[in-house]
Ligand binder design. Structure first.
Ligand code: PMM
Length: 290
């Protein structure tokens, strides 16, 4: 699937974190064998592509060295790509991006939008890969500090993220990344408080102004855990799926290019409901039966 192959519906990107410490699924798919098996399972559940990452970006995380990141992702990408599965690589490093594309990845998902590694944009352009540029301000060890997670400019968080993502779009295009290969992502949870995330999802349609398809990653994120908190604290990471699916159903009308999700089956079900609902509404009450 090319970056913008017209599926006629929202693409489902299954998350495959080959890490010991990702906040959502850290350690569960940390060996090549378990990761490849999980990648296959995500495809069987309906994923259109698999996002393979070897670096946890959780708040407070420290970065793996480059050789460790390469050893985590390359064999998994090679094995899944050989089976014809479309792969994106979730990396901020140009060297990992190159090795991943050589191993069969066709999309580079860079949560830093080219800010973490000055060689990234040129490398993606040279390789001709698809590119997801996410809104980002700092690495995981400091991104939730008030220095980074504050948006005082015009238009509040939506205005500032639009502006900063527009700058990353311009940098990607200037580096030679093809416009039809560029996807943008508002970066939920990255240098953002819960209120920031809600403002962004409620105004997702504004991101169409940037002129590129939009990817959104809300799955299992802290703002959902905080919404569902009780006396014991935020809802546990693996108990947020109903809230996530509800949010996806609300977002489905926005026609986003893709959703980055852990529970692929639940997400696909939600998209099918939203699509059938929209079809029935278009038919105006006298429509088809199934
Ligand atoms: N979120 C995470 C990691 N990679 N990539 C994109 N494009 N968008 C996201 O929102 C995003 C991402 C963190 O979530 P995880 O730890 O569950 O993978």
């Amino acid at each position: 699937m090319a970056a913008q192959a017209p599926l006629g519906r929202t693409a489902v990107m299954g998350v495959l974190n080959v890490t010991p410490d990702s906040f959502s699924d850290g350690g569960r798919w940390a060996t090549t064998e378990t990761a490849v098996a999980h990648g296959r399972a995500l495809v069987a559940a309906g994923a259109d592509l698999i996002d393979v990452g070897g670096e946890s970006t959780r708040p407070g995380s420290t970065r793996p060295v480059e050789s460790e990141e390469l050893a985590r992702v390359v064999p998994v990408i090679r094995a899944l790509a050989e089976e014809g599965i479309t792969i994106s690589v979730d990396t901020m490093r140009a060297s990992v991006c190159r090795a991943a594309v050589e191993a069969g990845a066709t999309i580079v998902n860079d949560v830093s939008g080219g800010l973490a590694d000055p060689a990234m944009l040129d490398t993606v352009a040279e390789l001709g890969a698809g590119y997801v540029a996410m809104h980002w301000r700092a690495h995981g060890d400091e991104m939730q500090s008030s220095t980074y997670a504050s948006y005082d400019g015009p238009g509040g968080v939506v205005g500032v993220v639009l502006e900063e993502l527009g700058v990353r779009r311009d940098a990607a295009l200037a580096a030679g990344i093809r416009p039809d290969r560029l996807i943008l992502d508002p970066g939920l949870g990255f240098a953002k408080t819960a209120d920031h995330n809600w403002d962004l999802v409620a105004n997702l349609g504004r991101f169409e102004e940037l002129g590129h398809p939009i990817l959104v990653g809300a799955s299992r994120k802290t703002f959902l855990g905080q919404l569902l908190a009780d006396d014991a604290g935020p809802r546990a990471v693996d108990q947020r799926e109903f809230a996530h699916v509800s949010l996806l159903t609300l977002l489905a009308e926005r026609q986003v290019w893709g959703l980055r999700v852990h529970d692929v089956r639940a997400c696909c079900d939600a998209l099918r409901v939203a699509s059938r609902f929209a079809e029935a509404r278009r038919s105006g009450g006298g429509g088809t039966r199934s």
